[in-house]
Each structure stands twice: as structure tokens, then as C-alpha cells.
Design a protein around this ligand. Structure first.
Ligand SMILES: C[S@@+](CC[C@H](N)C(=O)[O-])C[C@H]1O[C@@H](n2cnc3c(N)ncnc32)[C@H](O)[C@@H]1O
Length: 380
């Protein structure tokens, strides 16, 4: 089976988690760059990575990397690649371009040159002039960085955060990949109680339940590479069958609450669609009324950030409520993803650790307040 250089792309700040996930899958990482983790693997690795990676956005195949300061260089190096090994006669060639700190900066021209070179290579090989492009889609990207071109092929299709369980996006949902990252960074493990008392559409809890159950996040969706003749259906099928067998029966109850009953309806629907509704109890509840008798619980939330002045006042009320509720749960650990730079100050509590993350385009901090580690299985 052919070996490929593969790239798992991810949001800035999540590279170490993606690397850890690839290590856990037994896929050897060769390099970590901003937003990209490179690894080696065959067709099976492509299926495994797509099916299992929780914190990455896409799995790309690196087709080539070469210097490209002129359009001629870009054209010539692209044309010499073995395109007919990858693209069938009817391939729909969807080429996109990116450029940063490079002499070739016209994206439209880069895109056109690459496509022209691909077609020329295919003409020579398939001995035909025109291509119908009505077959499977092959998303090729040319990325220029410091006058180096990297050509990649996207095996994923819609980003991996689209797990297939979310019916309606809700008002301000977290991406599933980021929610999974928050859970992993918290080092939560059953049987510790996990709660999100500002849970919105439930993304953090659903991702935590999938992790606890060892359920592959991609089981409910398809991937672009499934349509390609050289990534045979049997490989994907086998990976899915194995993943189904790896689901662990587990009996835990995660707690989700929110003051907005309508958003909780979405949370319940999403949990149901993800197959983890039995693991999460959702309740309409203002955070000020959150109580628990469990010890050593873990609280992970993505509170409202507040950008207007009026929001600032409601945020201060919310923080005062959090302070009061947390005072009753002194041995819990708290994790808050927020774009509010004043969170620690207004909460009156310095985080044990902070980590810079992005919620889409919004720069955020993951404020981590570590409580005591339970010495033995937690008791009520
Ligand atoms: C940024 S959203 C959380 C989004 C969530 N992580 C998701 O993926 O859908 C913040 C949530 O906090 C809830 N909220 C705000 N103030 C609250 C309060 N005082 N009590 C309970 N929930 C509150 C809002 O209703 C909203 O759903």
C-alpha cells in the first residue's frame, strides 16, 4: 500500500493535542507547525485519522513541496507530478490557493496555473483533450509560504468539526473540535462528575460523552476520500467496523444546565443524535441555583463574553453568581473558555493556568482553576 505524507490541520493552539491523538492512534508524527501536524501513513491511516481525530479540522495528503518564485516554476513542478495516479478521467478538479510572504500572490493566477498544469499532465497520460469533470471531487490546494509551494489534496471534505449530530447550530455554539480540546485539556476522566452549567446546545458535554464512551467522532459522517477509487471502500468499512467494536459501555451521568430552555431542547436533540443522550442529564436552571453534593467535580464552560457596556454589567452579575456557587464547591476544578480579558479580575480569582485559544476568529483564554486531585475514587 502506498505511503503518504499526511497533514492534520487544526486551530492555532491545538497542535499538541492533535499530536497526542495521532500518537494514540499509532501514527508517527514527523513535524509540528502552526496549525499543522505532519505524519506518515497509508490509506488505512487516512481512514483512521478522519474517523478518530477529535481536535483536528482536516486530513490532507501532501502531494509535493517545491520552490516557486515564478509562474513558470509553479507550472513546471506541478505538471511533472503523477496526477493520473491520483485523479481518474472524470475527476472534478477543485483548485484553491493561499499565499503568504511570497512573490506569487495573485491567488486567482496561482489557482489557474496549477489547474492548467494538472490538465496538461492528464492529457499526456490519458491521451484525451477534454475532461468532463463530472466524477468525484478532488480538492487540491496550492499554498505559498516564503516562495515555497505546497500542493495538498483534502481527504476530509466538510471540516471534521461537522460530526453529523448537530441539527441546528444554536446561537453561539462552540466548534465540536474545540469543545473536545477543552475536555482533553481539563484531564477529566470518569467517574469524576463533569458539569457544564452554562451548556447552551451541549457541545462540551456531548464531546465529553463521546470521549468517555470511546466513540469515534466521525462514525456518523462521510469523508471526501471515500469517493476516490484508490481509497477502497473496504478500508473505510473496516475502520468503521473496528470503531464500532471499540465503543465502551459506560454508565455515567454528566450534568448540563442553562437558563434558556429553548437552547436545551437543541442540546437534548444533539445528544440524542450523537447517541449519548443516556449519559447526559439536561436541566433548565439559572447558574446561581446550581448545587451538587458530589466531590471533586469538574466544571467546563464557555460563558458569554460580553462586548457591549450593558453586557459588562450582566457579566459582572454572572461572575458574582459564579463566585457564590463555586464557594460551595471548594474541591471542584473549573475550566472556562472566554474572550473576556477581565474574567480573572472580575471573578476575583487568579487561574492556576491559562492557555491562548481561538474560538473561530475570537482570541480567547482557557482559564484553568485546578482543584485538589481526588486521592481515590470520589465518594458522595
Ligand atoms: C456562549 S453560550 C454557551 C455555548 C455552548 N458552549 C454551546 O456549545 O452551545 C453561553 C450560555 O450561557 C447561558 N447563560 C448565560 N447566563 C446564564 C445564567 N445566569 N444561568 C444559566 N445560563 C446562563 C446562555 O443561555 C448561553 O446558552
Amino acid at each position: 500500500m502506498s505511503e503518504y505524507t499526511l497533514i492534520a490541520t487544526c486551530a492555532f493552539g491545538l497542535e499538541a493535542l492533535v499530536r497526542q491523538e495521532l500518537d494514540d492512534l499509532g501514527l508517527p508524527v514527523s513535524e509540528v507547525r502552526d496549525g499543522r501536524v505532519l505524519f506518515e501513513g497509508d490509506a488505512e491511516a487516512i481512514a483512521q485519522a478522519n474517523l478518530w481525530l477529535r481536535t483536528a479540522d482536516r486530513v490532507l495528503i501532501e502531494l509535493a513541496r517545491f520552490p516557486a518564485e515564478t509562474f513558470d516554476q509553479l507550472f513546471d513542478a506541478t505538471r511533472t507530478l503523477p496526477w493520473a495516479e491520483w485523479l481518474p478521467r472524470d475527476a472534478f478538479m477543485h483548485v484553491t490557493a493561499r499565499s503568504h510572504k511570497s512573490k506569487l500572490f495573485s491567488l486567482r493566477d496561482c489557482q489557474k496555473i496549477v489547474k492548467k498544469a494538472m490538465i496538461e499532465a492528464l492529457r499526456a497520460r490519458y491521451n484525451q483533450e477534454r475532461f468532463s469533470e463530472d466524477g468525484p471531487r478532488f480538492p487540491v490546494e496550492v499554498a505559498l509560504l516564503n516562495d515555497q509551494a505546497t500542493l495538498t489534496l483534502d481527504t476530509t471534505g466538510p471540516s471534521l468539526h461537522k460530526r453529523g449530530y448537530r441539527s441546528d447550530a444554536g446561537s453561539a455554539p462552540l466548534k465540536e473540535t474545540l469543545a473536545a480540546a477543552l475536555v482533553k485539556l481539563s484531564r477529566w476522566e470518569p467517574p469524576r462528575l463533569l458539569a457544564d452549567p452554562l451548556c447552551g446546545s451541549g457541545t462540551i458535554l456531548i464531546e465529553a460523552a463521546l470521549i468517555a464512551r470511546n466513540q469515534a467522532p466521525g462514525l456518523q459522517r462521510d469523508f471526501q476520500g471515500q469517493a476516490w477509487p484508490w481509497l477502497p471502500a473496504a478500508i473505510w468499512q473496516r475502520a468503521r467496523e473496528q470503531a464500532r467494536k471499540q465503543i465502551q459501555p459506560i454508565d455515567i451521568r454528566l450534568l448540563g444546565s442553562d437558563s434558556d430552555g429553548r437552547v436545551l431542547k437543541k442540546a437534548r436533540d444533539n445528544a440524542e443524535a450523537a447517541g449519548v443522550a443516556d449519559l447526559i442529564a439536561f436541566q433548565t436552571l439559572p447558574v446561581s441555583q446550581f448545587r451538587s453534593r458530589k466531590r471533586y467535580g469538574v466544571w467546563i464552560s464557555n460563558p458569554p463574553y460580553g462586548e457591549r457596556l450593558s453586557d459588562r454589567q450582566s457579566l459582572q452579575t454572572l461572575y458574582a453568581e459564579l463566585r457564590a456557587v463555586w464557594a460551595e464547591l471548594p474541591d471542584w476544578s473549573y475550566f472556562m473558555l472566554s474572550g473576556d480579558p477581565q474574567l480573572e479580575q472580575d471573578l476575583g480569582k487568579r487561574a492556576s493556568k491559562r492557555r491562548k485559544l481561538f474560538n473561530g476568529q475570537i482570541p480567547c483564554q482557557y482559564y484553568q482553576y485546578f482543584g485538589p486531585w481526588p486521592e481515590r475514587a470520589p465518594r458522595e
